[in-house]
Design a protein around this ligand. Structure first.
Ligand code: ADP
Length: 498
């Protein structure tokens, strides 16, 4: 079995703790991907000290040249796409077409970042005084702490690190403990592309490593994606220490299928939205609101289709749905099935561990659908992060929108309709960071801002142009070339004393 190391101070090194953990394939727990460092605070301290040196060097490289490194990263990811998808599926279970998409998102993010190296613009605006210029420009911040989850093992780290790097920051990266292999290969690729070694530090381990990064006084900017509970702790620390923080957390995303919808399209959409990545996406469709008139027909077709999904190893041809990430998350899903049954929701399919040849060795769970769910019930309110869909019904637009908006999260929403007025009304009134029309709640594109309102985030966005603001400080420069003292707000626009 291969033993992997941290990448600290320009070298692949063992953790100071001397401890390691095993990373297993969730589709077959007897298949161990490798041993990875269970690092501690000392490793983080070394990584941050080195990243500060990396920052001193990298922040002086011109932004277009920084972008060129990211272009080469994009080229290498493209060359190794199939190999990466395979190792990601082995490590976290989702089918190859999904892990290929995950790599493609990394590629798109790299090429977008490369072009942004030439677009990190400020503004030049008129000064209120004559013979004086006023302008803003961007400066790098310092060492960025990057803490990521398992469900998009490549895309999410790239969403965070590539913009951070183009903006001139150095990164200390802690991938989720379920996907350290992908994290390691991504760092190898970044180094091969020509990133100066001390600009990137990779520290493997559990939550303790994340906490040490967040608490380190020399990490002024932190980007976190993960659960709302962990995000709250990260937020408390960053608030106390006056750090810049981007949080991307949970979702309880609804799809509304209206009476005039194309039902074939909606059916395909909800299957993909609810059961893709085994429901382990922050944008997963976990609630389905059906118009009364289409409710019965749509639901019966949906249940048939869900029963027909093929569970299995994501590396096998024909697999629709892979395993959950580990046993704890399967137990959590089981608890929610009990909670749903206890309040009298109708369990129409699934609700149990998937059994049978080649499924017994992995963390499989059957696609699960609850009908007759009512707004406010726990399965309708709380993020399950598994293949569980709660179905509600109504014939009132106001009620459908209120159901969508009646949760503490606000990531994505979806409406299937042919009514253009209703579609635009939904985009206005659904309380989410992203609303899809005639598409499921998943499917973000790398060049648009990504994020949610309410307890999904803290107001920042990943992706697109907005994340570049997050990773840079705005600096303002005034140049007075009048040759005399001009007092802002006191002297007048004509440059003559009042
Ligand atoms: P998920 O349930 O989606 O895996 P978590 O919030 O548990 O989400 O984990 C997301 C990331 O946060 C992982 O890399 C994890 O190791 C890290 N993490 C866990 N606990 C902490 C903590 N207290 N501080 C910082 N990071 C943490």
């Amino acid at each position: 079995m291969k033993t992997f190391q941290n990448f600290i101070a320009g070298q692949w090194v063992a953790p100071a703790t001397g401890e390691y953990f095993e990373n297993v394939n969730p589709a077959d727990r007897s298949d161990v991907v490798g041993r990875f460092p269970l690092s501690g605070t000392e490793d983080v301290n070394r990584a941050v000290a080195s990243a500060k040196r990396g920052f001193a060097q990298w922040s002086r490289v011109a932004a277009p040249a920084r972008g060129d490194v990211l272009r080469r990263v994009g080229d290498l990811l493209t060359q190794r796409k199939a190999e990466l998808a395979d190792l990601m599926t082995r490590e976290m279970g989702k089918p190859l077409r999904e892990t290929s998409g995950d790599v493609q998102e990394g590629i798109d993010t790299a090429y977008y970042a490369a072009t942004m190296g030439r677009q990190l613009s400020g503004r030049t605006v008129p000064s209120e005084l004559a013979n004086k210029w006023a302008m803003s420009f961007r400066q790098p911040i310092g060492v960025a702490g990057i803490i990521t989850p398992f469900n998009f093992p490549l895309a999410i780290p790239t969403w965070k690190m590539f913009p951070a790097l183009v903006c001139g920051n150095a990164c200390v990266f802690k991938p989720a403990e379920d996907v350290p292999h992908t994290g390691a290969v991504l760092v190898e690729i970044m180094l091969e592309a020509g990133l100066p070694p001390e600009v990137i530090q990779l520290v493997h381990g559990a939550g303790e490593v994340g906490r040490a990064i967040v608490e380190h006084p020399d990490v002024p900017v932190v980007s976190f994606t993960g659960s709302t509970e962990t995000g709250r702790m990260v937020g408390e620390t960053c608030g106390r220490m006056h750090k810049r923080l981007s949080l991307e957390m949970g979702g309880k995303n609804a799809m509304i299928v209206w009476e005039d919808a194309d039902l074939d399209l909606a059916l395909e959409g909800v299957l993909w939205g609810a059961f893709g990545t085994t429901g382990q996406r922050c944008t997963a469709t976990s609630r389905l609101v059906l118009h009364d008139r289409v409710h019965d027909e749509f639901l019966s077709r949906l249940v048939d289709a869900a029963r027909g999904l093929t569970l299995g190893d994501g590396r096998k041809k024909g697999t629709d749905v892979g395993p959950l990430i580990h046993e704890d998350s399967r137990k959590k899903v089981e608890r929610y099935v009990d909670i749903g049954q206890a309040v009298g929701a109708d369990l129409l399919c699934g609700g149990r561990r998937a059994a049978g040849k080649s499924l017994d060795d992995g963390f499989f769970f059957e696609p699960t659908i609850f009908a007759r769910v009512r707004a406010g019930q726990r399965i309708e309110q709380e993020e399950i992060f598994g293949p569980v869909l709660s179905v509600l019904r109504t014939s009132s637009v106001d009620e459908a929108f209120a159901i969508n908006n009646g949760v503490k999260y606000g990531l994505s929403s979806s409406l299937y309709t042919r009514d253009v007025n209703l579609a635009f009304r939904a985009m206005n009134e659904l309380a989410n960071g992203i609303t899809y029309v005639n598409a499921p709640t998943i499917g973000a594109e790398a060049h648009l801002p990504f994020g949610g309102v309410k307890q999904t985030g803290n107001g920042h966005r990943e992706g697109g142009w907005e994340v570049y603001e997050f990773y840079s400080e705005t600096k303002v420069g005034y140049v007075d070339f009048s040759g005399r003292l001009q007092r802002a707000q006191i002297d007048n626009y004509l440059g003559t004393p009042d």
